[in-house]
Write a protein that binds this ligand. Structure first.
Ligand code: UD1
Length: 362
């Protein structure tokens, strides 16, 4: 059977590399990765290819790696244009974006330029070259600080940062495109907190500099980095069981598999009958539906790593909200998606990656 080619902008990053792995493992697709290596390395793609070949031999697809920036409209157009007729782009899974909430408040123009401008360039090329299937990575941050937990997709969007608003704007742009053109099909995935790594320890998260996110920071502390001045827990006066913020941590391989469910669903018209005036456009949460506090996560990582994590409670981090826990029911009903990995597996796999690669891919 001929393999279809899936374009994955951002495929060299943490989430992207695990999505590339998951798509290749089906044996049904080839992949083209577009990445500017702003927060990623080509080595991640090389390792994915190696891993899939080791596990599945030649049955799996191939990967083209193209260095290009989503802001470069001509380069993005070329990705679609320069292809033989039997190797057109079948669908796009857009993952590449700027994603640091605090930074987005300091340099909002860059955030809108990369995230929104990049999407527009991509949509323009997809439209022109008749590649009208899109899976888009959004974030639970679009919900702001919702009152109802767990959070259903019907919760109004109310993001609190330029980063979050770039995701909201993009969701609306994609919805409008689908509403206007019946040939377009798109599914937005609102990620909760992805963590962990492929159990081989061959691919994982390799942030530039000191991680701002909790799980990669804990992993790096356990391996001996950033132990001074110690871990800071941002606030213990939230309305949660232990006072620290609650998040819905989902194993990266579960999150990655959700992209596959979404891509397959794009071709099923029945998935869009509830989309009403949005044409063939839907948005789904990708979470586990289990809330874990910061202290729960420190404890889980202590068990996985054996490191005690001395910490102090400090003031709240601007922009944090008390609780982001998904209602995962819609994605289960309509996409057949369920997060299977346990918290212990997530922490074990994260530690396996970090201890085997203390300096990431370098
Ligand atoms: C953040 C973003 C989210 C983004 C995700 C990945 C917000 C509101 N959300 O998620 O949009 O998609 O990163 O980049 O910023 N914590 C500590 N000490 C630390 C680090 C974190 O106590 O040193 C706490 C935080 O206060 C938070 C929890 O750990 O309560 C999780 O933080 P983090 O891993 O940064 O993820 P989010 O803030 O949920």
């Amino acid at each position: 059977m001929e393999k279809k080619r899936v374009l994955i902008p951002g495929g060299a990053g943490y989430i992207g590399s695990h999505v590339v792995y998951t798509v290749l493992k089906t044996g049904k697709y080839n992949v083209a990765v577009v990445d500017n290596f702003h927060n990623s390395k080509p080595e991640a793609v090389r390792r994915v290819e190696q891993l899939v070949r080791d596990e599945s031999g030649d049955a799996c697809g191939d990967v083209e790696l193209i260095e290009a920036d989503l802001r470069d409209a001509a380069a993005i157009n070329k990705v679609f244009a320069d292809r033989p007729a039997n190797d057109r782009i079948y669908a796009v899974i857009l993952i590449g974006a700027l994603k640091a909430v605090g930074e987005s408040a300091e340099i909002p123009i860059e955030y809108y330029d990369v995230n929104v401008g990049g999407l527009l360039n991509l949509l323009t090329a997809m439209d022109k070259h008749d590649a009208k299937r899109l899976v888009y990575s959004s974030s639970a941050t679009v919900y702001g600080a919702p009152e109802t937990i767990p959070i259903p997709e019907t919760t109004p969007m109310d993001p609190h940062s330029p980063y979050g608003r770039s995701k909201q704007i993009n969701e609306m742009i994609i919805r409008d495109v689908c509403a206007a053109h019946p040939a377009w099909r798109a599914i937005t995935l609102r990620y909760f907190n992805p963590a962990g790594a492929h159990p081989s320890g061959y691919i994982g998260e390799d942030p530039c500099g000191k991680p701002g996110n909790l799980l990669p920071l804990l992993a790096q502390m356990a391996v001996g980095k950033y132990r001074e001045p110690g871990l800071k827990v941002f606030g213990n006066d939230y309305p949660t069981p232990d006072g620290t913020c609650v998040r819905d941590y989902i194993h990266i391989l579960d999150l990655a598999s959700g992209h596959l469910n979404a891509m397959v669903a794009l071709d099923d018209d029945a998935k869009f009958v509830n989309a009403k005036n949005d044409g063939k456009y839907r948005a789904f949460n990708l979470g586990k539906g289990v809330g874990m506090s910061v202290l729960n996560m420190i404890d889980a990582m202590r068990k996985a790593t054996g490191y005690e994590f001395p910490y102090e409670i400090v003031g709240r981090r601007p922009g944090d909200v008390p609780n982001l826990t998904a209602d995962p029911a819609l994605a289960e009903q309509e996409l057949g998606f369920k997060a299977h990995h346990s918290l212990d597996e997530m922490c074990r796999d994260l530690w396996n990656w970090q201890s085997k690669n203390p300096n990431g891919y370098s």
